[in-house]
Design a protein around this ligand. Structure first.
Ligand code: UDP
Ligand code: MG
Length: 332
């Protein structure tokens, strides 16, 4: 199922998967840029837009694009399921020999796709965009993102690229491996590295959004980071052992200090202040509560998986299967 079978020297079909949530200000520009750049890849292409419960007129714009461009497919999700679900829906619908995932806001320049395709043709299975620079982000976001990527990479039990988002090209075999996973809650940025295969970076400068605003508040980003950690690593649970050991040492030192001071004090009264006792007790309580909360995060996710609800629900698909098919084995 996941063997490398793709004829990478032939013409081939390239799928471009784009999750869209309230992107009316930019979506027409995005489409125009893509269709002007994609022919330079030497591949036939299909573009799959996933409307992830937009509340503006993104869907109507996508319908208009699909009406005039037979290479376009629009998947309308039944509500806002989140970017990870939208990308997964697009991945499942893509029929290409290679699949590019990119955002709708032109932060990831479509021109980079040409280089990704070149690398794929040379035998790379995952050509991932690695950001040399990032325009239009706050200093706070740049620093926290960089720290989180490095921290996260240390905690995952498989190689995890840093300074990388969702912008990447993956071979059909990689897509098959990821699509076949039974898990419902998906964090694609770690599922693709989890699958293995040959990964190589394509360095690029990430631009500011062409129009519109980010869909990620700091709070939503924090939740995404928590999801990423719990879905990809057992480290948070293991960390509770470290916290327990540290707490045990604090307790041992505090007990020793209290004993020595009560034995040496002239009045034989315990020499440890109420403040110190309070400090150790609250430290112990907060470590225990955190340990329960961390376990809870895994239990909640296990429960959600047991419920088995689908990752996304489709309301309607526009323009299915109208993309050009791959000519048998013409050289590119
Ligand atoms: N997106 C989505 N569903 C959501 C939030 C975002 O499909 O619930 C899409 C959005 O339209 C964009 C991509 O995911 O194409 C990345 O979002 P955004 O550009 O807001 O994130 P940022 O680049 O600021 O991290
Ligand atoms: Mg963006």
């Amino acid at each position: 199922m996941t063997d490398i079978h793709t004829p990478r020297t032939g013409h081939g079909l390239l799928s471009v998967v784009i999750p869209c949530h309230n992107e009316v200000e930019v979506i027409d520009d995005t489409h125009a840029r893509l269709v002007s750049v994609l022919p330079s890849t030497g591949m036939d292409f299909e573009i799959i837009y996933i409307d992830d419960g937009s509340r503006d007129t993104t869907l109507q714009r996508l319908e208009a694009i699909a009406a005039r461009d037979a290479r376009v497919q629009v998947i309308e999700l039944a509500r806002n399921f989140g970017q990870q679900a939208a990308m997964s829906a697009g991945l499942a619908a893509a029929r290409g020999d290679a699949i590019v995932i990119t955002d709708a806001d032109l932060q990831d320049p479509p021109e980079v796709i040409t280089e990704m395709v070149r690398m794929w043709r040379s035998g790379v299975d995952v050509a991932y965009g690695r950001r040399r620079t990032r325009e239009g982000e706050t200093r706070f976001k740049l620093i926290t993102a960089s720290l989180f990527h490095r921290f996260f990479a240390r905690l995952t039990p498989y190689p995890m690229p840093v300074d990388t988002g969702d912008f990447k090209l993956i071979d059909r075999a990689v897509a098959n491996a990821v699509i076949a996973l039974p898990e419902k809650r998906r964090y694609l940025r770690s599922l693709v590295p989890w699958a293995g295969f040959r990964h190589e970076p394509v360095w690029y400068d990430r631009h500011a959004r062409v129009a519109g605003v980010t869909k990620y508040s700091p709070w939503k980003l924090l939740k995404l980071a928590g999801d990423a950690l719990v879905l990809s690593s057992d480290a948070p649970v293991r960390f509770t052992w470290v916290a327990a050991a540290a707490l045990g040492m604090v307790g041992a030192v505090a007990t020793a200090a209290a004993t020595i001071s009560s034995l040496t004090a002239a009045d034989r009264q315990p020499g440890v202040s109420l403040a110190a006792i309070t400090a150790v007790a609250t430290l112990a309580a907060s470590v225990q509560t955190a340990a329960v909360a961390i376990v809870g995060e895994y239990v909640v996710r296990a429960y959600r998986e047991a419920q088995g609800r689908p990752t996304w629900v489709v309301r309607r698909t526009i323009g299915p299967g109208r993309a050009q098919t791959r000519p048998s084995s013409k050289a590119a």
